[in-house]
Design a protein around this ligand. Structure first.
Ligand code: PHE
Length: 472
């Protein structure tokens, strides 16, 4: 059977935006920003999105569109070496790991949505009475496992329907809905008393964050940029492998990054005014899942028409989460279909079956959950992206420039070479550095030893990976 392709250009963009826009924007981004110095963090994060995220995204696109294969086959075929196929296989592990914790959080959200939706018909959602206790009760254990399975089932159904009829059609409906509802919520939030204090909290500019804590926020800012743009997992390689004809990758990539960042900012413009209008201190509820579920649930319980607003909000989050989870499942599914000629149905059943188990483990064990959601995913995404970028720069070389420029007009021709230098040299160095600062900050290694380690790791990688086709 011929390999499927996206039906339209917009279809591909919306699918990629759907993958990018998710819990990373709605749950992680506003709190990361508020916690790390407001708009000062925002500036650093935006810088990384622009200078690392967009070129990195294009790196993944170039691999996928060139090979028309999922990451394993793509790296193996483009390099002609089995070893690179093994590197690609990491994306399968990353996809499964991501989905294992993501589907659990998706389950919580689904539960809040159903609880709120049922209450629209009459009564109050159960979480109105004591948001903290309710969240504690549903976020781990049997309840969490059951809703995780429900969310995973929905994800599986969409992926089962294929690229055009499943992922493309689904995201074409979901993404506009997310945008419209979110804007409506932001407009409504603006009318709430004390909204201005919320904006001030979200966007306050604390320059000392950049001057004094730059080293400390670099890791979180880079991690956030990769996670939110779905980079390093192979999702973007996989999605672009279904691109049929030539389109301008640089334009598509920029559009995706802009839309993705806008959703994060708009979410902040919803969340913080709502919290402040009810006198809820966002820092008091702490970070992580609890912040969204406990703080906001508390605000909803006091707001006029709170049940309706809550239902709308959780509907937005559910759609955003689903349009991301399908992109996680598609990585291992495409791998089985491309590599072993397995039917899509069998591939979805097999891979969702694995996540049904691993996700249930996460649902029952909060320690494993936070390890997977935090450290493991951070390391997998960063090393994954470094591997993809080194591949583009050192193995694909000039072919990558050709692929980058194809369909991109004069812009592509002018940007191709500087872009290749960036993805082959500058970005990997930067990413390895941020990865090490993560450990550096945790273990107090300090700045210069981290620089030293980065150099050693990079020289080793350089010697190990040089290929005849390299331009660097
Ligand atoms: N970008 C998604 C989000 O923000 C998460 C994601 C990461 C999806 C990696 C696919 C791959 O929620």
């Amino acid at each position: 059977m011929a390999r499927e392709t996206w039906a339209t250009r917009l279809g591909f963009i919306l699918a990629a935006v759907g993958s990018a826009v998710g819990l990373g924007n709605i749950w992680r981004f506003p709190w990361q920003t508020a916690e790390n110095g407001g708009s000062a963090f925002l500036v650093v994060y935006l810088g990384i999105v622009l200078l690392v995220g967009v070129p990195g995204l294009l790196g993944e696109f170039v691999i996928g569109r060139r090979a028309n294969k999922s990451p394993v086959g793509a790296l193996r075929e483009l390099s002609g070496s089995k070893r690179w196929g093994f590197v690609g296989a990491f994306s399968v592990i990353t996809g499964l790991s991501l989905l294992s914790f993501y589907s659990v959080v998706g389950g919580w959200i689904l539960r809040y949505l159903l609880e709120s939706g049922a209450a629209v018909l009459g009564g109050n959602p159960a979480y109105f009475t004591n948001p903290g206790q309710y969240f504690g009760g549903v976020s781990a254990g049997t309840d969490a496992a059951l809703f995780h399975l429900l969310f995973l089932g929905l994800t599986g159904l969409i992926v089962l329907a294929g690229i055009r009829k499943g992922i493309e059609l689904g995201t074409k409906v979901m993404m506009p809905a997310v945008l419209v509802l979110l804007l409506a919520l932001a407009g409504w939030a603006a009318t709430q008393p004390n909204a201005a204090a919320g904006y001030a909290f979200f966007l306050r500019f604390d320059p000392s964050v950049i001057t004094e804590n730059f080293f400390a926020i670099l890791g979180p800012a880079a991690g956030q940029a990769l996670f939110t743009l779905s980079l390093g997992a192979g999702t973007m390689v996989t999605y672009s492998s279904y691109l049929g004809e030539d389109r301008s990758l640089p334009l598509d990539g920029s559009a995706i990054a802009v839309l993705n960042t806008s959703v994060g900012v708009i979410t902040g413009l919803v969340v913080f005014p709502l919290l402040f209008s009810q006198g809820i201190d966002p820092t008091a509820t702490g970070t992580g899942p609890g912040a969204l579920f406990v703080g906001l649930a508390g605000a909803f319980s006091q707001l006029p028409a709170g049940t309706l607003i809550a239902t709308t909000f959780f509907a937005v989050v559910t759609l955003a989460a689903l349009s991301s989870s399908i992109s996680m499942l598609e990585i291992p599914v495409a791998f089985l279909v491309d590599e072993y000629g397995v039917s899509r149905r069998a591939a979805v059943l097999g891979m969702a079956g694995i996540v049904a188990v691993t996700g249930t483990v996460c649902a029952f064990n909060p320690g494993i959950f936070s390890f997977v959601a935090g450290t493991l995913v951070n390391i997998l995404l960063t090393t994954g992206l470094v591997a993809f970028l080194l591949f583009v720069g050192w193995v694909m070389g000039r072919d990558a420039i050709e692929e980058f420029s194809s369909g991109a007009g004069s812009l592509g021709r002018r940007l191709g070479t500087p872009w290749l230098f960036a993805v082959g040299v500058v970005l990997p160095l930067f990413l390895v550095f941020t990865l090490l600062t993560h450990f550096g900050v945790d273990t107090n290694i300090g700045f210069w030893p981290t620089v030293g380690l980065t150099v050693v790791a990079s020289v080793a990688a350089f010697l190990g990976l040089r290929q005849p086709n390299s331009v660097v």
